[in-house]
Ligand binder design. Structure first.
Ligand code: IPM
Ligand code: MN
Length: 347
């Protein structure tokens, strides 16, 4: 299997390195051959070639069976409103060019970490849900976007087509079928035209999935319910920006943002990445939590049909967590590399 590695910025290179150690252990144990090609993205790519998602990187991704991605973002660009090119543009272009329209973010609750959740244990125990975030439409990509000439008015456009909404809803309905069969459609249909289109299409699709119970929720209410009753949710589907916000919110329930993996899928090659960012303050310090990236590698293997291999990674991660072999965000004093090595050794 050919795997493209896009370490990106900040802690990206460190956490991807640990995931590769774990993949290598899988290769040995299950007799697979993983061929890695590393390519540039983000600020690292801007520095090297002036483009956050170079053509060469796109080619590497297209020619691979899967992509493992670290993180993108660099504070040098964050506070410069005039920056012409930003690392995040690379990420958005990559999603668009690779057709990665669905971002799947499972929320895993490790029993041994229940006390690290900011919510009371009895409220979070057993929480198990998956967010399906639309990733290549909505306000992130809608045009027009910009400023008036005098610079005093700015605008973004939230745009969705039927085709974009249908494909993501089909994916979410199908996923719900494999789980508890409860689909929560999150929108702001009381205000937004795009949300009303989403709701209309979801209602049209309902009869095709009679075994799935559908629940419609406004996004502000959903933000509250996720904290109040996290165990209620099964599959949650929503548009791009609502999904961005709700998944950061939901991630803290699990005890650390550093634990949550994600898969971005579409028509062609799929991409796997932690949901956290580039954590620039920790870059190069060997303190970042590599678990989300290691679990992303597990999702990668499962996506390719290597279910047992993925399970083996999950078991090793659970072993590390219950043995207290964790980084400082989870209250441990282990280094990034030590956590990666422990997990690799327990494959
Ligand atoms: C994410 C990130 C990105 C997003 C940023 C870095 C553009 O927050 O993957 O959730 O908003 O999609
Ligand atoms: Mn985000």
């Amino acid at each position: 299997m050919k795997i493209a590695l896009l370490p990106g910025d900040g802690i990206g290179p460190e956490i991807v390195r640990e995931a590769v150690k774990v993949l290598d252990a899988i290769a040995v144990k299950y007799n697979h051959k993983f061929e890695y090609t590393t390519a540039l993205t983000g600020a690292a790519a801007i520095d090297a070639v002036g483009d956050p998602y170079p053509q060469e990187t796109h080619k590497v991704c297209q020619e691979s069976d899967a992509v493992l991605f670290g993180a993108i973002g660099d504070p040098r660009f964050d506070n410069d409103p005039k920056a012409k090119v930003r690392p995040e543009q690379g990420l958005l272009r990559m999603r668009k060019q690779l057709g990665l329209y669905a971002n799947i973010r499972p929320l895993v609750m490790f029993d041994s970490l229940i006390d690290r959740s900011p919510l009371r244990a009895e409220r979070v125990r057993g929480a198990d849900c998956v967010f399906v975030r639309e990733l290549t439409g909505g306000i992130y990509f809608g045009r027009p976007q910009g400023r008036t000439e005098d610079g005093n008015t700015a605008y973004d456009s939230c745009v969705y087509t039927r085709e974009e909404v249908e494909r993501i809803l089909h994916l979410a309905f199908s996923l719900a079928r494999t789980r508890r069969k409860l689909l929560t459609v999150v929108d702001k249909a009381n205000v937004l035209a795009t949300s009303r289109l989403w709701r209309q299409i979801a209602k049209e699709l309902e009869p095709q999935y009679p075994d799935v119970q559908v629940d419609y929720m406004f996004v502000d209410n959903a933000a509250m319910q996720i904290i109040q009753r996290p165990t209620y949710f099964d599959v949650v589907v929503t548009e791009n920006m609502f999904g961005d916000i709700l998944t950061d919110e939901a991630s803290v329930i699990s005890g650390s943002l550093g634990l949550l993996p994600s898969a971005s899928v579409g028509a062609q090659v799929a991409l796997f990445e932690p949901i956290h960012g580039s954590y620039p303050q920790a870059a190069g310090k060997n303190i970042a939590n590599p678990m989300a990236t290691i679990l992303s590698a597990a999702m990668l293997l499962e996506h390719k049909g290597f279910v047992e291999e993925g399970k083996s990674i999950r078991n090793a991660v659970e072993k590390a967590i219950s043995a207290g072999v964790v980084t400082e965000d989870l209250g441990g004093n282990f280094k990034t590399s030590e956590v990666g090595e422990y997990v690799a050794k327990h494959i």
